[in-house]
Write a protein of this length. Structure first.
Length: 86
């Protein structure tokens, strides 16, 4: 028995939402800098379209990794390679 609880604490999803928001902000800044320096400061609609498309495309990853990061950081969960493939 690993004694892992499977019910998240009441603030778990709020914390994961803040982490996901941080990931989205990092994506926004990265794409903004890339467009500014590599594309020569295009019009505003290009920024909005590019950031919107990328964030929508990676939303499933943001959702999964923000919850996993929240579990690893505050849930007492860790990776144990002995249990891989069982």
């Amino acid at each position: 028995m690993c004694r892992q609880t499977y019910e998240p604490e009441p603030g778990f999803y709020y914390g994961a939402m803040y982490i996901s928001s941080g990931f989205s902000t990092a994506i926004l800044l990265a794409i903004g800098f890339l467009l500014y320096y590599l594309a020569g400061d295009p019009p505003l609609w290009v920024y909005i379209t590019a950031v919107g498309a990328v964030v929508l495309a990676v939303t499933p990853l943001l959702f999964r990794y923000s919850r996993a990061l929240m579990l690893y950081a505050f849930g007492g969960t860790g990776f144990d390679p002995r249990f891989v493939g069982r």
